[in-house]
Design a protein around this ligand. Structure first.
Ligand code: C2O
Ligand code: CU
Length: 655
């Protein structure tokens, strides 16, 4: 019986085969229809992305254009209904899937859907397009198998298409598995270690014993001001600096810089720090005149916040400007590895008009091969900011790290003349227009630039690789365009002592000073916290033996920095804003300058002065983290006591 049917069927099949010419068309099976529609939908989706990229970024990526074109070709090949063309379609499909799966952008957004380059839209888009492409690909394999194995599709047999799909998936998975790059091993950071052994202080109290007021009492007054609440969670993250480089980091809320906190002058700012790391963390509000209890210095104004615990900072944003925040427990390791972010205080009454207000943090990372990777807001490549021709832009720049040499990071703006409108967040008077002027930014310093977008093209912020020459990456491109191929040579540096125009200031070199302190900055081989090596000294001593500068509320205090080393020292005073009086004895000839961090060049002196109007125990230290970690810190003291201690009894090490 069955033999009879076979003999009847065989000749019919071979006639059919003989009639099948090279360009014979076959009707599309249901699987073929799925394949054709799937490839078409994927084509449209990819083309739409290419169009959107063109609109928002000025150009689509080459890969998306290639994939769209290949998808279109595949769609056409499938719909020819010629079976060998469908075979070619399958092969092209393999290449498309390979491209989709190895595209760095896709990998990044799939791996980190909430990351800076991802976003849920990207994630969903990538997942959908890849899913549709796989479906179409597998259906196409099924069609090919049906065509060549004469799996009937006029009288549908359920198992054949199902087997085709499974077979196609296995083939696809094998191809992708073989072609896709292996996932990079996940590197981790070593936790900061509490120093131990001889020479490491056990318990040093930085306060005045028996003083009438303790740090803990120096809180922000109760106000009826508008309150801005933020939560910053210290947590680990893997940061993709470019398509090939991911570094392990400690971050606030998963990114570095952490969230940029925008508040208004006069607001009450309340920040809850939650520690999800496995070691202590604090937050210092760099440059902000906070009450002492909110200063975030481990062992001085609080204990480092333990793993799993939280801490609330509360202060009034007294001054408008560009500030930043970072951990002040093991500042060197913790800030360098990502525990920092920006804080922007908008003026209560606007001073200058900006259509676009952008901010960028310059940072350096230790790469997988121990190389130094320079980034702008965590990108080692090009950062983009939309701005239209004619718009006014305020660009806020902070240096949150340091170059390997310890020299200031040089940046400039190419494409438009610009003004430096403020330094460390404090406005300058009568700033002149500058063109391509190199701006030296010491660690922790801020520059606010102001410029108008040209009628066409873009404006780019570039940096110099440790002062040698400007480099093309990282770069910040504002407006439509890309980093110029030719960058200017490094010209004469910006000089804050001659920039801007004079205007009366309450503090001048002629003011009467209640006290003047000389601070000699030195370096020598020695020991610091039980280690032997190059130490950085203040008046010949290393922290915590550097002593303290005693001041009284209301006094006008002058600090004389005398740098006797071959290195730059960005000297930072907590809790106060100082007026810069002179450099090397030469008074400022331009605008008055108010800063919280003064970059003292090698073998130079600077005089600065401030009104002691914020009682507490305040650090005065070099903001080159390495120098601070090896001794260059001291305290400014108002006769205040503290219940906290520095040393391995408490585990508090502010630097
Ligand atoms: Cu930016 Cu003592 O710190
Ligand atoms: Cu220094």
């Amino acid at each position: 019986m069955s033999k009879e049917i076979q003999t009847e069927k065989e000749p019919a099949m071979s006639t059919e085969a003989r009639r099948m010419r090279l360009f014979t068309r076959q009707p599309l099976s249901p699987l073929g229809k799925i394949a054709a529609r799937g490839f078409l939908i994927a084509t449209i989706a990819c083309a739409a992305i290419a169009v959107m990229l063109t609109i928002f970024n000025g150009a689509p990526s080459r890969d998306i254009v290639t994939v769209s074109a290949l998808l279109l070709i595949t769609t056409i090949l499938v719909t020819t209904r010629i079976r060998w063309m469908q075979v070619i379609a399958t092969l092209v499909g393999v290449y498309i899937l390979y491209m989709l799966f190895t595209e760095p952008f896709v990998i990044e957004s799939l791996a980190n859907p909430k990351g800076p380059n991802g976003g849920f839209g990207h994630f969903a888009g990538d997942v959908l397009i890849i899913a549709i492409a796989i479906l179409a690909f597998v259906a196409n394999i099924g069609t090919v198998l049906q065509n060549y194995h004469r799996i009937s599709y006029q009288k549908p047999r359920q198992l054949a298409p199902a087997f085709s799909i499974i077979g196609g998936m296995i083939i696809g998975a094998l191809f992708i598995g073989a072609l896709a790059p292996p996932p990079a091993p996940v590197a981790t950071l070593q936790n900061p270690q509490i120093p131990a052994g001889p020479g490491v202080p056990t318990s040093v109290n930085m306060g005045m014993t028996g003083a009438p007021i303790a740090v803990t009492q120096l809180q922000a007054p109760a106000t009826t001001a508008h309150v801005d609440h933020f939560t910053l969670t210290a947590q680990t993250a893997q940061l993709a600096l470019d398509s090939n480089t991911t570094v392990p980091a400690w971050t606030f809320n998963g990114t570095a810089p952490g969230p940029t906190l925008h508040v208004r002058q006069g607001d009450e700012v309340v920040i809850t720090l939650v520690n999800h790391l496995s070691f202590g963390v604090t937050i210092h509000w760099h440059g902000v005149r906070v009450p002492n209890a909110a200063d975030g210095v481990a062992g001085v104004t609080q204990d480092a916040v333990k793993p799993g615990q939280s801490y609330v900072y509360r202060f009034i944003a007294l001054d408008a400007g560009t500030y930043w925040y970072h951990s002040h427990q093991f500042s060197d390791e913790e800030t360098t590895n990502g525990l920092y972010g920006m804080l922007i205080v908008d003026p209560a009454t606007p001073t200058i008009h900006a259509d676009v207000d952008a901010s960028v943090a310059l940072h350096t990372w230790n790469g997988p091969n121990n190389q130094t990777i320079y980034t702008m807001n965590t990108t080692a490549g090009t950062l983009n900011q939309i701005a239209r021709p004619g718009q006014w832009v305020r660009l806020r720049i902070v240096n949150t790290a340091e170059t390997p040499s310890g020299n200031p990071q040089l940046v400039t703006l190419v494409g438009a003349p610009f003004q430096v409108v403020s330094l460390d967040g404090h406005d300058l008077h009568g700033p002149q227009w500058l063109t391509d002027t190199p701006l030296p930014i010491g660690s922790a310093q801020r520059y606010d630039l102001y410029f108008q977008m040209p009628s066409h093209g873009s404006v780019t912020l570039v940096t110099a690789d440790d002062n040698q020459s400007y480099v093309h990456a990282p770069a910040f491109v504002i407006g439509q365009g890309s980093v110029p191929t030719r960058l200017p040579a490094i010209a004469k540096w910006f000089d804050l002592t001659t920039y801007g125009t004079p205007t009366p200031d309450p503090v001048t070199p002629q003011s009467h000073f209640d006290a003047t302190y000389n601070i000699v900055l030195g370096n020598q081989m020695g020991t610091s916290l039980g280690r032997t090596g190059m130490t950085y000294t203040m008046n010949g001593k290393v922290f915590p033996n550097t002593g303290m500068l005693m001041v009284k509320d209301g006094q006008l205090i002058k600090l004389h920095f005398d740098n006797q080393t071959n290195l730059y020292h960005p000297m930072h005073l907590h809790g106060h804003i100082f007026t810069v009086l002179d450099q090397n004895g030469k008074p400022l000839s331009g605008s008055p300058v108010h800063q919280d961090t003064i970059l003292v060049p090698p073998h130079a002196t600077y005089d600065v002065a401030f009104v002691a109007n914020n009682p507490g125990i305040w650090m005065l230290h070099c903001h080159n983290f390495l120098h601070a970690n090896w001794g260059m810190d001291m305290m400014l003291m108002y006769n205040i006591s503290t219940p906290y201690t520095v040393g391995n009894a408490s585990g508090n090490f502010p630097d």
